[in-house]
Design a binder for this molecule. Structure first.
Ligand code: PLP
Length: 391
């Protein structure tokens, strides 16, 4: 069957390939340690689960408005206001996950050939979604020298009259870095000067172990007008499977995104929306508890990782990933690339990591610490032995 040119452009993710291989090994009974997970390894808090049951038992199982329940929009509005972000209800749209909010956003702002600046390393779905919407990704490479962050100067070098948007993701998947207020201020000046939409993906907002989150939209009215804040409960409340995210921004854009949803997905799942009302309005001590566990893992694992010969890794300050540059380690092992390192590491030591090539930086690998500390320490130990054996 002949597929559309649109979907033929989609690149299969190497993350999926490595996950498939890891699953195959696991299914054959081998003790694989997966460091590829993109979701917290905690159950959703019980008050949220109970809210979903209650909703279902009360018959709240029907369609809601395509852009989300008014009760949920109000809860999101309140949450945003706590972060000094004031939005009207018609400036907020609930979506089936942050990914879906981003999808509807790119479909609603891009015309054929419009350029979107995507800093490297990037979350895997950004380029694919931009291309699906007819846009052109324009990459800006970053590495340790700028802590994997873009600066206004770097952006000035790639901006053109066709630049429509810039994607920012702080805290970042995969690097775990966070942007400071001053850094965001100069990026905001750049965006306002060039009239560029800022897509601010803040999905890891609550997962910060050093420093605090600043939303670029909170800096001033000019940048707020140009920013679309993307967020959701997948990571903050360990609710990846519930599929609730949101977008907040310009009312006409939110209306277009909602109209698009009304002809594609309709509303996000109704019980999940009620669960999310509880997530935002109810007890949030879970967030601090989860953070202290992630912080302890990071503090324990990071120094161990740095003992591996050749490893260079800035200490992440948020999310739950380590993103070492292993180019020296690869050389010490007599291997060709980080991709080959990841493949052989899995085959020989049964540790599954994600190659940085998935995120645009082929010298790196991504290690998720959304797994228990003992497994993580065992994985780092296996990795160290794997390297030392080859030196
Ligand atoms: N943005 C980033 C940077 C992510 O890492 C993810 C999930 O991995 C998402 C968005 C999507 O989140 P959701 O589960 O809400 O669709």
């Amino acid at each position: 069957m002949e597929l559309s040119n649109r979907v033929k452009q989609l690149r299969p993710s190497s993350t999926l390939a490595i996950t498939a291989k890891a699953n195959e090994l696991k299914a054959s009974g081998r003790p694989v340690i997966g460091l590829a997970a993109g979701e917290p390894d905690f159950n959703t808090p019980s008050n949220i689960i109970e809210a979903a049951f209650k909703a279902v038992n009360e018959g709240k199982t029907k369609y809601t408005p395509a852009g989300g329940l008014p009760e949920l929009k109000k809860a999101i509005q309140h949450k945003l206001a706590k972060d000094h972000l004031n939005y009207e209800l018609n400036e907020i749209m609930v979506a089936s996950g942050a990914k879906h909010a981003l999808y509807n956003l790119f479909q609603s702002i891009l015309n054929e050939g419009d350029e979107v600046i995507i800093p490297i390393p990037f979350w895997v779905s950004y380029p694919e979604q931009v291309v699906l919407a007819g846009g052109k990704p324009v990459y800006v490479f970053t590495d340790e020298s700028t802590e994997y962050k873009v600066t206004a100067e770097m952006l000035e070098q790639v901006v053109t009259p066709r630049t429509k948007a810039l994607i920012l993701n702080s805290p970042s998947n995969p690097s775990g870095v966070i942007y400071e207020r001053e850094e965001l201020e100069s990026i905001a000046d750049f965006a306002v000067k060039n009239d560029i939409i800022v897509v601010s993906d803040e999905i890891y907002e609550t997962l910060i172990y050093d420093g605090s989150h600043v939303s670029i939209a909170s800096l001033n009215d000019d940048i707020k007008r140009l920013t679309v804040v993307i967020n959701g409960v997948s990571k903050s409340h360990s609710m990846t499977g519930w599929r609730i995210g949101y977008a907040a921004g310009d009312a006409a854009l939110i209306k277009a995104m909602t109209d698009l949803a009304s002809h594609s997905t309709s509303n996000p799942t109704t019980p999940s929306q009620w669960a999310t009302v509880e997530a935002y309005n109810g007890d949030e001590t879970f967030i601090d508890e989860m953070n202290s566990i992630f912080k302890e893992r990071l503090e324990t694992i990071y120094p161990k990782l740095m003992e591996i010969p050749g490893i260079q890794c800035i200490k992440p300050r948020g999310a739950f990933y380590l993103y070492p540059n292993i180019s020296e380690t690869v050389k010490l092992c007599g291997l060709e690339s980080a991709d080959e390192f990841v493949e052989q590491l899995l085959e020989e030591t049964l540790v599954a990591a994600v190659p940085g090539s998935s995120f645009g930086s082929p010298d790196n690998i991504r290690l998720s610490y959304a797994t228990d500390l003992a497994s993580m320490l065992e994985a780092i130990d296996r990795m160290k032995q794997f390297v030392e054996k080859r030196m």
